[in-house]
Design a binder for this molecule. Structure first.
Ligand SMILES: CC(C)(COP(=O)(O)OP(=O)(O)OC[C@H]1O[C@@H](n2cnc3c(N)ncnc32)[C@H](O)[C@@H]1OP(=O)(O)O)[C@@H](O)C(=O)NCCC(=O)NCCS
Length: 327
């Protein structure tokens, strides 16, 4: 995992003139602080740092990778893919590289995609990176969005394992009718950013992340339990089999409601939203790294990852963990 060093607390936001309070943000979201990249740091910088750690941790040489798959909604450039920047920087000379755009579901989508390539026999070793620097696209005067997001990256190396180990099942879903529930309107081919379009405050507004928080919240509380149950069912497992629940970190209330729904004790629910806010595609791999470091993740554990976000998209993976961290 990799996070920028710059910490912005809720009080910092208030001090900068935002009409909010630490109490409101903590009570509604669970977020206390977030990490924010400086102007010189782009998504690939965080992604490369996380990728190098993942390779070292896995004991795998970058030259042995078949694919670099980067899940991001905030690539360095509109194109080419940020995965190519990572591929070159880490020396993955024999790997293909592409980006996957599924916003906060990106890491789950990436793990599912990589699993398919490996299970088909087409590839052996794949680096999956989840990275986002959404703070670059925030309107820091909009209190309904800017309080929520932070920057970060996480990476994992997936490789072939024995049957009934590793990724046991995957569920992916999407509902494009929710396109405008959380989105960034300008910068694509529908509304390119150029001297002609970028002329007034309305179009300037379109260059920032926009969200209907209530809509996204209602979508999340519905889709989270549904998707987890579907993924467990596909793996012939039940909620009581879950050793660790690693969900996308958007709001502590969504995390707690899922844990409560499945009778999961809070020590089996990984939380980092309090310290990093919503880091989008990075939140799940960061949570996995922290779970491993704090002794919560063991070989043989049933780990359920679940992500949801813009698109609207959602996804889950049920994993029988294959690594032993000796903690
Ligand atoms: C964004 C979110 C925290 C807002 O919480 P909420 O309970 O829905 O709050 P509302 O938007 O209804 O706003 C309630 C009031 O608080 C105010 N408010 C909004 N943001 C505020 C802030 N940062 N500080 C203080 N007050 C705020 C609103 O203006 C509103 O005031 P009003 O009642 O006078 O109109 C919540 O909807 C949420 O977490 N949604 C999911 C978002 C998400 O996860 N997005 C990413 C998906 S990957």
């Amino acid at each position: 995992m990799s996070l920028p060093p710059n910490v912005i607390t809720n009080d910092d936001l208030k001090k900068n003139g935002l009409e909010t309070t630490n109490e409101w943000i903590v009570q509604r979201t669970g977020i206390r602080e977030r990490r924010v990249t400086d102007a010189e740091t782009a998504s690939s910088d965080l992604a490369i740092a996380a990728s190098l750690q993942a390779l070292e941790d896995a004991g795998i040489d970058a030259k042995d990778l078949d694919l670099v798959l980067c899940a991001t909604a905030t690539g360095d450039y509109v194109w080419p893919a940020t995965a190519c920047i990572i591929q070159q920087a880490i020396g993955a000379t024999k790997a293909g590289a592409f980006d996957l755009s599924a916003a906060c579901s990106g890491f789950c989508y990436g793990v599912s995609t990589a699993t398919g390539f490996i299970q088909s026999g087409m590839m052996d070793k794949i680096l999956v990176v989840g990275v986002d620097t959404l703070t670059k696209h925030l309107d820091w005067k909009d209190r309904s969005t800017c309080i929520l997001f932070g920057d970060g990256a996480g990476a994992a190396v997936l490789s072939a394992c024995a049957p009934n180990e590793g990724v046991l099942s995957s569920v992916l879903g999407a509902d494009g009718s929710g396109l405008k529930s959380v989105w960034l309107p300008a910068g694509g081919t529908r509304t390119p950013i150029n001297a002609e379009t970028f002329t007034d405050s309305a179009s300037e507004h379109d260059t920032h992340l926009q969200m209907n928080g209530r809509e996204v919240y209602e979508f999340a509380v519905k889709i989270v339990p549904q998707t987890i149950l579907e993924a467990l069912d596909k793996a012939c497992l039940r909620p009581s089999d879950i050793d660790l629940l690693v969900m996308h970190q958007a709001n502590i209330r969504i995390l707690h409601s899922a844990a409560e729904r499945f009778g999961i004790a809070l020590d089996r629910l990984v939380v980092n939203v309090d310290r990093y806010g919503n880091t989008s595609a990075a939140s799940i791999p960061i949570a996995l790294r922290e779970a491993a470091d704090s002794g919560k993740l063991h070989k043989g554990d049933i780990v359920v990852t679940m992500g949801f976000g813009a698109g609207l998209t959602w996804g889950a993976n049920v994993i029988r963990w294959t690594r032993d961290y000796g903690i």
